[in-house]
Design a binder for this molecule. Structure first.
Ligand SMILES: O=P(O)(O)OC[C@H]1O[C@@H](O)[C@H](O)[C@@H](O)[C@@H]1O
Length: 359
């Protein structure tokens, strides 16, 4: 069986190729270059799926490196390493100098750096890397519930250990895109969490030059239907929350969770640019396929998506005094309407993140 990621080489935003990188802090990145020759060695592994799921201890970074690590002439293209707290992470390095880090615990992308070295994502100072709590920051995955709801807020995917399905770096022989595909399947642990269904979630993360690409799929592998909600709970670093704003949401209806998260108030966005001046917790429904987060430096994060129909905007304000000025969450979500999957049906959503010069 070939891995799903290598069956479909998805690259919807070809227009972004070859653009010169710009750091988030506004400094133009002069380090971007097209590699003269990036002869990465591609491997396509048969998927070895663990059904241990939630409570599983993953193979060591060393073992995974032997099986799935990929090197090329520029160095390590896909590398498995011991990360914070001894947790295993996979590091994607693009020849242009960009990189991303993904923890198997939660399939959480905790770092995405431009070729300049500038970090785009934000990990909260209170984030735990000891498996006692989901990682607070980066791009945690909410599944099978965004919340609030019957199970714990945001579901169990973000504090489950995911398995490695495949790695590759073979999009284009002259310009390889490091990729990892992680999977989560039902287990005793997931059933104990209040989701008694057979499923497979596949999450593919690729660095296409400086662009971070994600491809999220849920498959009903059982013999009865189930419903779910989900989100990429993305935390972005900003240069002061009051300097940040989001474009693309003007005129949309949103559910305002601040007064009462269990009974959100429906409102309409009156501003073209959504700015922050207090606690913000909103679900914009029927969101567009593109929004841009101005991080307050003249640079922005363009978020393009397919099939993530809601956009969640969150900043906790002074309830997180230590860090609220430093990040905002702009989350691709599917939550205002549940997805129902019949046996053998699947649902797929994709999101691409790219840093843009807004000046
Ligand atoms: O679980 P975390 O990472 O602390 O984030 C919590 C927040 O996550 C956001 O997605 C929700 O909209 C908020 O209501 C919630 O408070």
């Amino acid at each position: 069986m070939r891995c799903a990621a290598s069956q479909s080489r998805w690259c919807p935003f070809e227009g972004s190729r070859g653009r010169r990188g710009r750091g988030l802090r506004g400094a133009s990145s002069a380090t971007w270059r097209r590699p003269e020759c990036a002869k990465g060695r591609a491997r396509d592994r048969r998927v070895l799926l663990s059904r241990e799921g939630l409570r599983a201890v993953p193979p060591s970074a060393e073992e995974l490196q032997k099986t799935y690590g990929l090197t090329n002439e520029e160095g390590k293209s896909v590398a498995f390493e011991e990360g914070r707290g001894g947790l295993t992470k996979v590091v994607l390095n693009h020849a242009c100098g960009s990189s991303a880090e993904v923890y198997l615990y939660g399939a959480c992308v905790t770092s995405w750096k431009q070729a300049s070295g500038d970090e785009v994502l934000y990990v909260r100072p209170d984030a735990k890397f000891d498996r006692t709590k989901a990682i607070s920051g980066g791009i945690p995955i909410c599944f099978p519930q965004f919340g609030p709801g019957e199970m714990k807020q945001h579901g169990f995917a973000r504090d489950s250990v995911w398995s490695v399905a495949s790695t590759s770096a073979d999009y284009n022989p002259d310009d390889r895109d490091p990729n990892v595909e992680l999977v989560l399947e039902d287990s005793e642990g997931t059933r104990e969490c209040g989701f008694p269904h057979a499923f497979r979630v596949s999450y593919s993360i690729t660095l296409h030059r400086e662009t971070l690409q994600t491809d999220f799929r849920v498959i009903n592998t059982g013999d009865s239907a189930f419903e779910f909600t989900a989100a990429l709970h993305s935390y972005f670093e900003v240069a002061g929350v009051e300097n940040a704003s989001i474009s693309g949401l003007g005129g949309l209806t949103y559910l305002n969770k601040v007064p009462d998260p269990n009974n959100p108030k429906q409102e309409t966005e009156a501003n073209e640019e959504v700015a922050f001046s207090g606690e913000t917790d909103r679900i914009y429904t029927e969101a567009p396929s593109e929004v841009v987060l101005n991080v307050g430096t003249g640079a922005g994060v363009q978020i393009q998506n397919e099939n993530w129909s809601d956009c969640v905007v969150w900043n906790p304000w002074t309830s997180m005094e230590a860090c609220y000025k430093e990040f905002v969450c702009v989350e691709n979500a599917k939550t205002s309407e549940r997805v129902k999957l019949e046996p053998n049906q699947s649902w797929r959503a994709r999101a691409d993140f790219e840093v843009k010069d807004l000046i």
